[in-house]
Design a protein around this ligand. Structure first.
Ligand code: SF4
Length: 369
């Protein structure tokens, strides 16, 4: 469905987001009022014990209840398939805990850290690779809880970027966000604050003047949104992203490749175009499905993912193309899985497959061969 002719919404008042949370699904018992299948109803309570349920009203309103395979519904309504844990799935699929020198911080790469100010989210996504941490740790924000992490960042001058993730950092009140931003920007060697969030997707009314004010300061701010399907790109999401852009924040988007939700070249093509052309959010990563427990039914094969990104590459400009990556278990980090276009090499002569599928020769010309 192409949505680019819809009028963008005007910015919401500063308190509308709290009403949107109250009017949505906040507990598993709230699912009783929804037109779920008998199987979904039976599974909901058990599945919710492993991963909480929360669906703000704006996201709930996007569900087409006449379609049992609706891609919005599939992202937030507990499914009986989640109860099947497949061998090889992991509690901590990308090794956050192994690289955590102090609570609420992961330091995997020299120049950046992940900081977890809260383990709560505005929406709980069934596919979340941190769902075990959200359930097991589950704590919200307190400034005391972050003190060891701030001290660690201050003691490591190689850290240039602090990535607020979680949990969803933008589910915090403005005051907490302002405190966190001020503590980080007081550390002179930090240059960039990155925020990973589903809020512009599921609770766009949260993007208020107060939120912008809490985040503006010395640091370059990059907001990495998490849209997975073009139906999530609504006038309200567009208004939220415009507000973030006009504040001077850089917008990127990461999506997860999800079987039955977006593993289709037309869906991904429309998603990537609308992200860039309508939201001004550069498609950054397309993640291969992580080894989160109970998610085998949403994982594609790597070969399927590679075929999809090869097709996307032929359809989309470079600025609209995301990088297909796998986040390796045991903290190996993200590795691109996209096709290699180099077919071979003899000395300075390279054989390279072009976008039209033909292999061409490229001879390197440099001063000192
Ligand atoms: S918002 Fe992010 S951290 Fe929270 S459940 Fe969804 S994917 Fe996980």
């Amino acid at each position: 469905m192409t949505t680019h002719l819809q009028q963008p919404a005007t910015p919401a008042p500063d308190t509308a987001w709290q009403d949107d949370i109250r009017a949505g699904v906040r507990h598993v018992r709230d699912l009783a009022s929804l037109p779920l299948s008998a199987a979904e109803r039976a599974a909901a309570e058990q599945a919710a014990a492993n991963h909480k349920v929360r669906i703000p009203k704006p996201y709930l309103d996007l569900i087409d209840w006449n379609d049992p395979q609706d891609p919005i519904r599939a992202q937030v309504i507990p499914s009986p398939d989640e109860l099947t844990v497949t061998e090889g799935e992991l509690d901590d699929p990308i090794g956050d805990h192994a690289y955590s020198p102090v609570p609420r911080l992961t330091h995997r790469h020299a120049d950046r850290v992940l900081l977890f100010p809260t383990y709560h989210c505005a929406v709980y996504c069934r596919f979340c690779f941190r769902k075990e941490s959200l359930t097991a740790i589950g704590r919200g924000y307190t400034s005391e809880a972050l003190e060891p992490a701030f001290a660690y960042i201050a003691a490591h001058p190689g850290i240039r970027e602090v990535i607020l993730t979680g949990g969803d950092p933008l589910s915090l009140p403005d005051k907490a966000l302002g405190e966190i931003r001020a503590r980080i920007e007081a550390i002179a060697h930090v240059r960039l604050l990155r925020i990973h969030t589903r809020v512009p997707v599921a609770l766009p009314s949260r993007v208020t003047a107060g939120l912008i004010g809490a985040l503006q300061g010395r640091l370059m701010v990059t907001v990495v949104t998490h849209f997975n399907h073009p139906r999530e790109i609504t006038p309200a999401a567009e208004a939220a992203c415009r507000t973030l852009r006009q504040a001077g924040f850089v917008l990127l988007n990461q999506s997860v490749l999800l079987k039955g939700i977006n593993d289709n070249v037309e869906v991904l093509e429309e998603l990537c175009r609308e992200l860039m052309y309508r939201l001004g959010a550069k498609p950054y990563y397309l993640h291969h499905g992580d080894l989160a427990r109970g998610m085998a039914h949403r994982r594609t094969t790597i070969a399927e993912g590679q075929a999809l990104v090869a097709a996307l590459r032929a359809r989309l400009s470079g600025i609209c193309n995301p990088t297909y990556v796998i986040d390796l278990p045991d903290g190996g980090g993200k590795v691109p899985l996209g096709p290699c276009h180099v077919e071979g090499r003899e000395g300075e002569t390279w054989r390279i497959r072009a976008q039209d599928g033909k292999v061409r020769t490229y001879i390197e010309v440099v001063a000192d061969f």
